[in-house]
Design a protein around this ligand. Structure first.
Ligand SMILES: Cc1cc2nc3c(=O)[nH]c(=O)nc-3n(C[C@H](O)[C@H](O)[C@H](O)COP(=O)(O)O)c2cc1C
Length: 451
């Protein structure tokens, strides 16, 4: 077996593997202000020179949403204005977008916005003595959005107030999850779409307890409540009653009876035309498109067609190197980190060893390594590396021994090459979308007036 000297002792340390806790949040925010080279300019000077072959469309609406928040609710050290806007974000995914995945994602892309897994408001409220386990994260992970779920306004408000001290950059309410565990109990997740008045009140309560922007992630409908007008009614009520100006639209409806959450992410058809209808009908709001986008080409095509932002879920998890590796250059027009996968793993090792067993038995080596298992997606040696990983979980106690035992499967040429050209995507995905838009939305009042 080839001896594998992957990690020389004089590694650059991963910048502060320590997690952010409440006490250190504002100190960290001050640091981020100094560390980030590109200020978030909320006015007309929002032009960033693109070094990529793609043009970066600058959305005034994104800036105005954040600028408005900044003017009305600015408190020192607690605003998202120093980051580039969420032109590209990684979706919230339960059991997937945990601290470990987000650490890996941030090593690959400096600018992608990262969402946490959904955290139930009740969990935050009832785990007061154990909050770091649920809410702490490394400062490297900014910009980061906390997604919460819940159906009790007091709990949502309290949870937001508690989470506020951790310095998240945005608080998002889950109105899109069809899991029976979530949607079936107490009107939670996507069931909330059926009660826009409640969502508006909940968002007002959330906003009143935080000084960062708030947003809603939803579907385009639920069961038979799937007309474009009903979707618009939801957006209209929530945005006119609460300070919510940013909506992330998973562009398929949810079916509450009979199919699994995974099927609910593939069976109901995508209707991107509803998303683009919202952009036309609510020009003062900000919309991020989500669902079925699998490459940076497609993400750029969505933005070229008018989307303010693009959120990618499964593709960013299952193929992080080839998706996230192009975000900084192709979406943001900034230089890439230039790291190879060997260097990413070196930095991840520092993080992993500092995390192992932090909360008693958790996280385990398997927990920490889990997101890495997709790092060599479709590369030579990938299958062998996964088989070796399975064996290594049984006898390795440290990240270093895990890597020494498994990475012999991956050729040096793979470990040491920078991100290659993006894989071809469907750059024409949205070419005809504006011909397919639903008829313009009319509020009930307008419909009565026109009748
Ligand atoms: C394993 C998994 C867990 C998910 N958990 C959440 C969640 O906690 N909150 C949420 O709003 N959406 C959740 N989703 C949905 C994603 O955020 C996203 O909307 C969906 O996967 C569609 O985007 P994609 O086609 O890019 O994957 C989850 C998806 C997956 C695959």
């Amino acid at each position: 077996m080839r001896s594998f000297r992957l990690f020389p002792r004089n590694l650059d340390k991963l910048e502060s593997p320590t997690l952010v806790n409440a006490d250190r949040a504002s100190e960290r925010n001050e640091m981020m202000k100094l560390a980030l080279p590109i200020p978030f300019a909320p006015t007309t000077s929002n032009v960033i020179k693109s070094t990529s072959k793609f043009s970066v469309r600058i959305s005034r609406r994104f800036f105005s949403a954040y600028a408005q928040k900044e003017q009305s609710q600015h408190k020192p050290g607690m605003v998202a204005k120093y980051y580039l806007p969420p032109w590209f974000s990684v979706a919230p995914m339960m059991d997937w977008t945990d601290n470990h995945y987000r650490t890996l994602a941030r090593l690959i892309s400096k600018h992608a916005w990262l969402y946490t897994e959904m955290l139930a408001a009740e969990t935050i409220v009832h785990q007061k003595d154990n909050l770091d386990r649920f809410l702490a994260y490394s400062p490297d992970q900014h910009p980061i959005v906390l997604q919460i779920g819940g159906s009790n306004i007091q709990s949502l408000a309290k949870a937001t107030e508690i989470a506020n001290t951790y310095g998240y950059d945005e608080i998002n309410l889950n109105c899109g999850c069809p899991s029976p565990k979530v949607a079936g109990h107490g009107c939670f997740g996507v069931s909330l779409m059926l009660n826009p008045k409640f969502v508006a009140e909940a968002m007002s309560a959330i906003a009143a307890n935080t000084n960062v922007p708030v947003s809603v992630k939803c579907r385009i409908g639920v069961d038979d409540h799937d007309s474009y007008n009903e979707l618009c009614d939801f957006i209209y009520q929530v945005s006119s009653v609460s300070p919510t100006k940013h909506f992330i639209i998973h562009s398929r409806k949810a079916l509450l009876n009979g199919i699994s959450p995974a099927e609910n992410r593939s069976i109901p058809p995508l209707k991107y035309e509803f998303f683009y209808g919202l952009l036309r009908d609510f020009p003062d709001l900000t919309f991020t498109i989500n669902g079925g986008i699998t490459s940076v080409d497609e993400a750029n095509a969505a933005r070229e067609a008018g989307a303010d932002g693009v959120m990618v879920g499964r593709a960013a998890y299952n193929n992080p190197w080839h998706i996230l590796g192009h975000v900084d250059t192709a979406i943001y027009g900034t230089p890439s980190s230039g790291l190879t996968r060997r260097q990413v793993l070196e930095k991840y090792l520092v993080y992993g060893d500092s995390e192992l067993g932090k909360y008693g038995r958790k996280p385990t080596l398997r927990d920490i390594v889990k997101p890495l298992l997709h790092l060599f997606h479709s590369e030579p040696g990938n299958g062998l590396w996964k088989r070796k990983a399975d064996a290594a979980f049984r006898n390795c106690m440290t990240m270093e021994s895990f890597f020494e035992e498994t990475l012999v499967a991956i050729p040096d040429s793979v470990l040491d090459s920078p991100v290659a050209e993006p894989p071809p995507g469907r750059g024409d995905l949205f070419d005809n979308i504006h011909k397919l838009l639903p008829p313009p939305y009319r509020t009930i009042e307008e419909a009565i007036l026109c009748a």
